[in-house]
Design a protein around this ligand. Structure first.
Ligand code: ZN
Length: 147
């Protein structure tokens, strides 16, 4: 395993062990549930959007290391961003984890998920929280499924 891969692995394991912004958000004005039946990952994303800004974002759920770490890093990256910026980050993240783009220069810590593009089943784990975020922002009530 290369040094970079090992480093990335450590970031994912760390966020899985100690997820950031974990738990319900009482002042949330958007939330949605997501489910990935292929792996069994479940996530609920809570957002407090004020004006156009994601003032606070939290999540809870049970899932594999990739899905939990992805949700945790997502909350870190998106807090304080505008809704439009959050959508743009999701687009970039999605194109990297699905292998359509190999440029991670603007993704910061989210670059750790680039290796996921080699494992199509894992792409759903990595993007579950993001699809759920999008559903929360769009105000959809039903559970989002990756299928
Ligand atoms: Zn998973």
């Amino acid at each position: 395993m290369s040094y970079l891969n090992e480093l990335y692995q450590q970031v994912i394991l760390d966020h899985n062990k100690r997820p950031r912004n974990f738990g319900e958000l009482e002042q949330a004005n958007h939330h949605a549930d997501g489910y990935n039946p292929l792996c069994g990952d479940r996530v609920t994303v809570y957002l407090k959007v004020q004006g156009d800004v994601v003032e606070d974002i939290r999540f809870k759920g049970v899932g594999c290391a990739i899905s939990t770490a992805s949700a945790s890093l997502m909350t870190e990256v998106l807090k304080g961003k505008t809704v439009a910026e959050a959508g743009a980050v999701f687009k970039r993240f999605h194109s990297v984890v699905t292998g359509r783009s190999t440029d991670t220069s603007d993704l910061g810590k989210l670059a750790v998920f680039q290796g996921v593009s080699e494992y199509p089943v894992r792409v759903k784990c990595a993007t579950l929280a993001w699809h759920t975020l999008q559903a929360a922002l769009d105000g959809k009530a039903d559970t989002v499924s990756t299928e």
